[in-house]
Design a protein around this ligand. Structure first.
Ligand code: DC
Length: 233
């Protein structure tokens, strides 16, 4: 399958299936997949472990800004997505806990954190052929991305999907607690001053409440075929 060298931005609300979709796109078109949320989660994990954010959510902004330049967050390809590392420690599991989900939107609202992560993400995107999921990829990180998708889904469906995912990973998941966390994150992510979660004017909306991943792939193949003369070889 052939597709030109483009950037695909997949933005949207928490737990709308962005990463599953973006990973499938990456694998189908041999693109690099990048999970920008994992970078915010890794910074948050670091902040929790180093007492930079308190249990009640107060951030020591000076300490956070001092720590950022030396924070080596990177990804290792697993063939089906990637694992997140801080230095030589794999933190993939630790960054997905509710403790991190609970604080990540607060950390992601800090402008210095956003600048630090945006710079890294743009480096990854320099060679194009990248599909990146997040909240502001199509609006701020790559406003010129050739294809932008904005994902949404029914809140009840999202909470159930997230709880199922956590259970599969052997974590405790109370559906009410998960739903509350999603509501809070949506609110903070959409109302922060810097790069709030919002649909780019030229993004295509995908509401996947009643769609399987195969339905979504069919949908994107059609769009890619219409827009980029996608050719099957
Ligand atoms: O995609 P995720 O749920 O793993 O993202 C975790 C948090 O990171 C999310 O609540 C908001 C923040 N985030 C962001 O502000 N901008 C991005 N591009 C990606 C994530």
């Amino acid at each position: 399958m052939q597709i030109p060298d483009i950037i695909i931005a997949v933005d949207g609300y928490s737990s709308t299936g962005k990463s599953t979709f973006a990973k499938r796109i990456a694998s189908e078109f041999s693109f690099l997949y990048l999970d920008s949320g994992a970078m915010y989660r890794a910074v948050t994990l670091y902040a929790i472990e180093h007492g930079i954010i308190s249990p009640s959510g107060e951030i020591d902004r000076q300490a956070l800004c001092r720590a950022l330049p030396a924070l080596d967050i990177h990804f290792e390809d697993t063939g089906n997505g990637s694992r997140t590392y801080i230095g030589d420690k794999c933190v993939e599991k630790d960054i997905r806990t509710l403790a991190v989900s609970d604080k990540v939107s607060l950390i992601a609202a800090v402008p210095e954190v956003r600048n630090f992560i945006d710079d890294r993400l743009r480096e990854f995107g320099r060679k194009k052929r990248v599909v990146m999921d997040g909240r502001d990829i199509g609006t701020t990180v790559f406003p010129d991305a050739e294809l932008k998708i904005f994902m949404t889904a029914d809140p009840v469906v999202r909470a159930r999907r997230r709880a199922d995912e956590m259970k599969r990973k052997g974590e405790k998941a109370d559906i009410q607690e998960v739903a509350k966390n999603l509501r809070e994150r949506d609110f903070i992510d959409s109302h922060r001053e810097v790069s709030p979660l919002t649909k780019a004017d030229d993004a295509i909306v995908l509401d996947n409440s009643d769609m399987t991943i195969e339905d979504q792939m069919k949908w994107i193949r059609q769009i890619i075929s219409d827009r980029f003369s996608y050719v099957r070889v």
